[in-house]
Design a protein around this ligand. Structure first.
Ligand code: AGP
Length: 606
C-alpha cells in the first residue's frame, strides 16, 4: 500500500511533502521520492530505503517550487530500488501511483513496439509514457490523463504533474483510495487521511473512476467521461492516531477489514477465467517433474500450509508434506531434487522457515516462496516468489496476510492441477468463477461484526476455549485458537473434531465455550454429532455454519452464518468470524491487541 502526497499553493512544498510521507510511514515502504515543479519542469528526487535518505538528497539538491507530489513505495512489481521508486517521469509527465495496473505487461510491450524505452521494472512507469503520448498528441493535462485512464485495467490512485503546467495537479482513483484536501489558497492530495490532517480537516474522498483537477483556488471533480461531479468536503474529526488506523481502534481491526481488497489484489492479475488457468509470477512448475511438495512455515503461515495440502492434493493430485520451520531441518527430511519446497512467510524473514529453506536447497529441491514483503530474505533465496499483495501488516496477529496466503495457495493448486491434468478446464473454470466472488462474500461476513461482538461479550471472561473443525477447516480451528490466545491471553486449543472422543471431551463443562466450524460439506453430519456431544456435557457451542442451514440453530448456543461456498474456498470465510471474535474478546479484556506481550511481528531468531 504505497503512500501519496500532493501540494499546490504558495508555500515551498518539498518539506511539506516529506512531512506528509512521514505521517504515512506506518504503512510500510521500501523507497520514496518527490517531484517538484521548478521553473516549469518537474525535478525528480528519489531514494531507496527510509525517508531519511530522501531528506539527505533534498538537502543537497535544494529543489524549490510550490507545486509537488511525493510517494512512499511498497513494492509489488519490481524490487525495491531507486529506479523503481516513484515518481516516474517520461517526457513531460511525472506520476505517483498506488495500486496494480493489471494490463501493464501488454501496455508496456505496445509502447516498446512504438519505440518507448523504459527505465524501471514497475507497472507505474507505463502511465507516465501513456500520458506523455497524449500530451504530444495535443491534449491538455486533464484530457491526457483521462485518455490514459481509459486504457488502464486494475487498481490505481494516481497524482500527475505535467511540465509546463505549473498551476495544476491531476488526481484520479479506481479501486485504491485517494483524498483531496481543501486548504486556504492551497490544496492537497493524499492516499490516506494522516498525510494531510495537520494541514486541513476538510477532505474530499474521491470515488471510483473520478478525476480531480486541482489548482490553488479550485478543485474540479469529474467522472471518466468528463461529466462534472459536485462533491462537498467532509470534516474529519479523527486525531492523528485514529487516522492511521482508518478510524479503527487498532491496526488489527483495520487489517481484518482490508482482507477483501487484499485478496482481490492477490488473485486478480494471476487468473485467466477464459483459459481456466492461474499463473505464478513467471514461475513454471511442471508437475511431471515434481515428486512431492513440501509446504513449510511457522505459526499462522503453517496453518495456511495445512490448508494448502488439502488444496494441492485435491486439485493437483500431487503428494504434499507439511512441516513446521522449527522442526523440518532437524528430522533429516527426505528431500530430493525432484521435490518442490514452498516456504510460506508474511515477513519473509522468519529464521526457522529460512533455515528450512536452506536445508531443502542443500538437498537439491527447487524453492518457491509465498511472501508478503518484496525483497525479503526468503524471497531473495527462492527460485520463484508469489507475492501476496496484502500490503504492510502492522498488527502482530496475522490476518490479511493469512487470507492472501490461502489465496496464493489456491492459485498454486489450480496452476499445478491444470498442468498435471488432474483439474480439467470445466472444473477449473467453475472454481475460478467462485473464487472471484469470494471478496464480496468476505465483505458480507465482515458486515456481521456486530453479531460477533455480542457473542464476544458473552464469553470474554472464559478461561479456556476449544476450537473444532474437520477436513480443510481443521487448520482454521487451529488458526482461530492461535488468534485468541496470542491477543487475549486466554488459553485456547484447536482440534480435529474427530479427536474429541480421544481425550479433549474430558475438558467439556459449562465453563468451556467450544467454537465449531460446521459449514455444509463432507463431514457435516459428523460435526453435528460432535457438537451434540459437547452440548450433552453442558459445553457452550458457538457454531460457524452455512447460511440457509435451517437445522443447526436449535443445536447450538450461538450461531454465526457465512455464505455457502465450495469446500476449497470455505477457509477464506470461516476464518473471518474467528478473527473478529478473538479481536473483540481481546479488546474487551484490554490487552495490547496490536502489540501483544512477548510477541514480535517477525521472529528472526531461532
Ligand atoms: C500469527 O498471528 C503470528 N504473528 C505468528 O504465528 C506468525 O504467523 C509466525 O511468526 C510466522 O511469521 P511469518 O509468516 O512472517 O513467517
Amino acid at each position: 500500500m504505497c503512500g501519496i502526497v500532493g501540494y499546490i499553493g504558495k508555500q515551498p512544498c518539498v518539506d511539506l511533502l516529506i512531512g506528509g510521507l512521514r505521517r504515512l510511514e506506518y504503512r510500510g515502504y521500501d523507497s520514496a521520492g518527490v517531484a517538484i515543479m521548478d521553473g516549469g519542469t518537474t525535478r525528480i528526487l528519489r531514494s531507496q530505503g527510509k525517508l531519511n535518505n530522501l531528506t539527505k538528497l533534498v538537502a543537497q539538491e535544494k529543489p524549490v517550487g510550490t507545486l509537488g507530489i511525493g510517494h512512499t513505495r511498497w513494492a509489488t512489481h519490481g524490487r525495491p530500488s531507486e529506479q523503481n521508486a516513484h515518481p516516474h517521469k517520461y517526457g513531460s509527465a511525472a506520476v505517483v501511483h498506488n495500486g496494480i495496473i493489471e494490463n501493464h505487461a501488454q501496455l508496456r510491450s505496445q509502447l516498446q513496439s512504438a519505440g518507448h524505452k523504459f527505465s524501471s521494472e514497475t507497472d507505474t512507469e507505463i502511465v507516465a509514457h501513456l500520458i506523455d503520448d497524449e500530451i504530444k498528441a495535443g491534449k491538455g493535462a486533464e484530457a491526457a490523463v483521462r485518455a490514459t485512464l481509459a486504457k488502464l485495467e486494475g487498481a490505481y490512485a494516481i497524482c500527475v504533474l505535467i511540465d509546463g503546467v505549473s498551476d495544476t495537479m491531476i488526481a484520479a482513483r479506481h479501486d485504491a483510495p485517494l483524498i483531496v484536501g481543501v486548504g486556504d489558497g492551497e490544496n492537497y492530495v493524499a492516499s490516506d487521511v494522516p498525510a494531510i490532517l495537520n494541514l486541513t480537516r476538510d477532505m474530499i474522498f474521491l470515488e471510483e473512476g473520478e478525476i480531480a483537477t486541482v489548482t490553488t483556488e479550485q478543485i474540479a471533480i469529474s467522472d471518466l467521461a468528463g461529466n462534472p461531479i459536485d462533491r462537498p468536503p467532509q470534516r474529519i474529526l479523527w486525531d492523528a492516531m485514529m487516522a492511521e488506523k482508518g478510524g479503527h481502534k487498532h491496526f488489527m481491526l483495520k487489517e481484518i477489514h482490508e482482507q477483501p481488497r487484499a485478496v482481490t489484489d492477490t488473485i486478480r492479475d494471476r487468473l485467466s477465467p477464459s483459459k481456466a488457468d492461474a499463473y505464478i509470477d513467471g514461475f513454471e512448475a511442471d508437475p511431471a517433474n515434481v515428486r512431492k511438495l513440501f509446504l513449510v512455515a511457522c505459526g499462522t503461515s503453517w496453518h495456511a500450509a495445512l490448508v494448502g495440502k488439502f488444496l494441492i492434493e485435491s486439485l493437483a493430485k500431487i503428494p504434499v508434506e507439511v512441516d513446521l520451520g522449527s522442526e523440518f531441518r532437524y528430522r533429516d527430511p527426505l528431500v530430493t531434487d525432484s521435490d518442490l519446497f514452498v516456504a510460506i512467510s508474511q515477513s519473509g524473514e522468519t529464521a526457522d522457515t529460512l533455515a528450512a529453506l536452506r536445508e531443502a536447497k542443500r538437498k537439491g529441491a527447487r524453492v518457491l516462496s509465498v511472501v508478503n514483503v518484496v525483497g525479503s530474505t526468503i524471497s531473495r533465496e527462492s527460485d520463484g516468489t508469489v507475492y501476496t499483495h496484502a500490503g504492510p501488516e502492522i498488527g502482530v496477529a496475522s490476518t490479511k496476510a493469512f487470507t492472501t496466503q490461502l489465496s496464493a495457495l489456491i492459485l498454486l493448486a489450480i496452476h499445478l492441477g491444470r498442468r498435471s491434468g488432474a483439474l480439467d478446464e470445466a472444473r477449473a473454470g467453475e472454481l475460478i468463477t467462485d473464487l472471484l466472488q469470494i471478496p464480496e462474500q468476505m465483505k458480507s461476513v465482515l458486515d456481521h461484526e456486530a453479531t460477533i461482538n455480542v457473542i464476544a461479550r458473552r464469553y470474554a471472561t472464559a478461561r479456556d476455549f476449544l476450537y473444532l473443525g474437520r477436513g480443510i477447516n481443521y487448520p482454521i480451528a487451529l488458526e482461530g485458537a492461535l488468534k485468541l490466545k496470542e491477543i487475549s491471553y486466554i488459553h485456547a486449543e484447536g482440534y480435529p473434531a474427530g479427536e474429541m472422543k480421544h481425550g479433549p471431551i474430558a475438558l467439556i463443562d459449562e465453563q468451556m465455550p467450544v467454537i465449531v466450524l460446521a459449514p455444509r460439506g463432507s463431514g457435516y453430519e459428523k460435526i453435528i454429532s460432535n457438537l451434540s456431544e459437547v452440548r450433552a456435557r453442558e459445553g457452550k457451542v458457538i457454531a460457524i455454519a452455512s447460511r440457509g442451514d435451517a437445522s443447526i440453530g436449535d443445536l447450538v448456543d450461538d450461531l454465526i452464518q457465512i455464505p455457502d461456498v465450495r469446500p476449497e474456498l470455505q477457509p477464506l470465510l470461516t476464518v473471518l468470524p474467528l478473527q473478529l471474535l478473538a479481536y473483540r474478546i481481546a479488546d474487551i479484556r484490554g490487552t495490547d491487541v496490536d502489540q501483544p506481550r512477548n510477541l514480535a511481528k517477525s521472529v528472526t531468531v531461532e
